[in-house]
Structure formats: C-alpha cells, structure tokens
Design a binder for this molecule. Sequence first.
Ligand code: PGA
Length: 248
Amino acid sequence: MSRKPFIAGNWKMNMTVATGTKLIEELKPIVKEAKCDIALCVPAILIPAMVKAAKGSRIKIGAQNVHFADHGAFTGEISADMLKDYGIKFVIIGHSERRQYFGENNDTVNQRTLAALKAELTPIVCIGESLSERDGGKTEEVLTRQLEFGLHGVEDVKNVVIAYEPVWAIGTGKTATDEQAQETIKFIRKKLSKMFTVKDANRVRILYGGSMNAGNCKGLMAQPDIDGGLIGGASLKTDFAKIVNFNK
Ligand code: PGA
C-alpha cells in the first residue's frame, strides 16, 4: 500500500515573525516540486503570520500542541477551534520535551489526540524510548504502552500520524541507524495492526524523528516502513528543503 511521504518540521521555541517569514519565503520556491506533504509546526503565536507567509505554497502550517477541552479555564492553553480559525490541519501531540518538562503523559496525550480527531485535525502523536529504556531492552514495552494508552478510543487510526522519536536521538546528533529506525517502526506498525486492522495499520503514516538531516534522510526514507520525518534543528534552515526533496 502506498503512503504519501510526509516531512514535518518542528520549530519548537524558535523563530520570530521576521526570521520565520524569511525562512518560509526562501523555502517556497525550492519545495515547489516536492513529492511529499510538507508541514512546519510553529510556535502558536507565530501561526497567523506563518500561515500568511506560506499562503499559496506547498507548506502547510501546523501547531505544536492542542488542549483537550473545547474552551474554559486553562490558562496558557490553545483549543482545536482556535487552531482551525487559521486553517491548521496538523498538530504535534506528546512530544518528548512536553513529556519531560511539562507533565505530559500517556493519558493527556490520549485526551489531546481524541480532541484533535474530533475537530478533524490530524494529530502527529510522538512516541519513543529513552536511552536507558533502550539499553534495558524495554523499547517494545514502552512503545506498546504509549500506543495502547495514547490511542485508546481512537476509531479511525488512519487519520493519525505517528512520529517515532527515540529520545536519545533528539537534538543530540545521534540518529538511529536506518536499520534500527526501520525495525522499530515495523514493530509499531505491527502493533497498530493488532490494535486496529492490518488494512488501517498499513494506511498510517509513521515518521522517524531525531537528528534527521539533509545527510541522513535518504537512507532513512528508503526504509519500507518509514513514511517521513519530524525534523527539529534542520527545519530552522533552508536545509529543510533538501530533506523535503529527499528523492531528487
Ligand atoms: P531534532 O528534533 O531533529 O532536532 O533532533 C526532532 C524533534 O524533536 O522532533
């Protein structure tokens, strides 16, 4: 089954209106012919300006989080409707930095994922093991728990994008090898086929994330179960276009 490749950038807490607009202007002409879907998940306050900058191009602007309630007393949070006001389609959920620094857990990931789906947003649900979990042989156990809790109650899993991001590879320059990433993502797809159906699992796009860059993207993208990338550091420069054009 063919799945359309998807390259998503995660700007994290970087860029301003000026620097973000400049980068998008530079990227626009060089990603025009790309064969994949392209998103840049930007800080919430930059969404209006970046949507304007990316208008008419192949780049879709995404968000980095969404709250599970429709509205209410949740200081500092952003609802699905607020994102939809700007035509946002993609939203990252459960990034390891949010799990590590902001108390995100499999339960809140689940609630946010269900809220995103209800609002017809596409959640990019992040999962991944730490170095000690990998070294302790616990990778599959951790991923199973993240998938079973995180996707509990999801009816149409083909509307979900999964990002497999080994925590030890994020921002460290240590990428998983092509084989490690393929093997783990194959496990994730097998797990999804048990939780849902083989047919639906084969339709889910699973991205690799963690120090993916212009140099290593070709090898990773050549793996049969890897459908794209979630790119942090390398999405802050025009090198992002080289990843988007991985098959050129
Ligand atoms: P990195 O980040 O590409 O800088 O390692 C990836 C991510 O955290 O999504």
